[in-house]
Design a protein around this ligand. Structure first.
Ligand code: NAD
Ligand code: FES
Length: 292
């Protein structure tokens, strides 16, 4: 069992859990994810790692209750645990491949949307630990839904909070803040955008225009996270990729977001999966049964 040593309700339906998983905590890198299962019958849920403490042997995950699997997870109490906690999975962030000297020369902008703030945090924290302070935009629908503000403030160079309804920080969506920052004279060498698919699509449309290379994390289109179900199939630069195996991070300017979002919707029903199988051939469409 992978014991939950801390559970915290961050907003009405977003939970943080710190879980004992020493081997994952020792070897994970920013950008990677884990797959958790509450019991033998439980759904496999892929979640990007929010934080790790190699000394304590713990991993922090943040999740929103959206379906049965995450609702069952949210019922677990401190002292109880997960049956499975598999990871670290996926490729680490490309930033991990660059030298500290090269990273220090770059002006890096992170754009975090809603729950996507959780996977942004470990990357910003890691950069801060090696002396690179990145700018971070965090977008939230309202003040009440904002998460990890204090944690992010402690590791970001500049933190720009914006709410859709103007109830806190700046007013408007993250794309407005990107435009404002660039108009104010800021120049960025790279942007890392993590949040809902629609946000990443519009951030990429804007940063393409602004000529800022942009990386996105396609965790939202994953289902079983094992390369078996085919849910996370996506075209990147015209080539077929699977987010859980080849990603989750990709060059955002090369991702076909419209196709990925259509697949995401179709994948939810048996009829939709049958249509995908008809359109795309007989591979990776629920053969393993993991995603039902
Ligand atoms: P949300 O709908 O509250 O959006 C968060 C912010 O994204 C908004 O405040 C806004 O600033 C921006 N945004 C939304 N639509 C936009 C648009 N059309 N143009 C420009 N900016 C826009 O987000 P939420 O409800 O917290 O998000 C839940 C989603 O996040 C889920 O779909 C989940 O799968 C996804 N998620 C993604 C990752 C990842 O790795 N990419 C990780 C965790 C969660
Ligand atoms: Fe990638 Fe199933 S989530 S193949």
């Amino acid at each position: 069992m992978y014991k939950i040593i801390k559970k915290q309700l961050l907003t009405s339906n977003i939970y943080l859990m710190e879980v004992e998983a020493p081997r994952v905590a020792k070897s994970c890198k920013p950008g990677q994810f884990v797959i958790v299962r509450t019991d033998d019958e439980g759904e496999r849920i892929p979640l990007t790692i929010c934080d790790n403490d190699a000394f304590k042997g713990t991993i922090t995950i943040v999740f929103q209750t959206v379906g049965a699997g995450t609702k069952i997870m949210a019922e677990l109490k401190e002292g109880e645990g997960f049956k499975d906690f598999v990871g670290p999975l996926g490729q680490p962030s490309e930033l991990c491949n660059e030298s500290v000297e090269d990273l220090k020369k770059k002006k890096i902008l992170f754009v975090a949307g809603g729950v996507g703030t959780a996977p942004v945090y470990p990357q910003v924290k890691w950069l801060h630990s090696i002396g690179v302070d990145a700018d971070v935009i965090v977008g939230s629908k309202t003040k009440d839904l904002l998460i990890l503000e204090d944690e992010m403030k402690a590791v970001a160079g500049n933190l720009y909070i914006t709410t859709d309804d103007g109830s806190y920080g700046r007013s408007g969506m993250v794309t407005k803040v990107i435009e404002d920052l660039v108009n104010e004279g800021n120049k960025y060498d790279v942007c890392i955008a993590i949040g809902p698919m629609i946000m990443m699509k519009f951030v990429c449309l804007l940063t393409k225009k602004l000529e800022i290379p942009t990386v996105v994390s396609l965790n939202p289109i994953m289902v079983d996270g094992t390369g078996m179900c085919g849910a996370c199939r996506v075209s990147v630069g015209g080539k077929i990729k699977f987010a859980c195996v080849d990603g989750p991070e990709f060059d955002g300017h090369e991702v076909n977001f419209d196709e990925a979002m259509r697949r995401q919707t179709l994948y939810k029903t048996a009829e939709g999966r049958a249509l995908l199988k008809y359109e795309e051939g007989d591979t990776h469409h629920g053969g393993c049964g993991n995603c039902n």
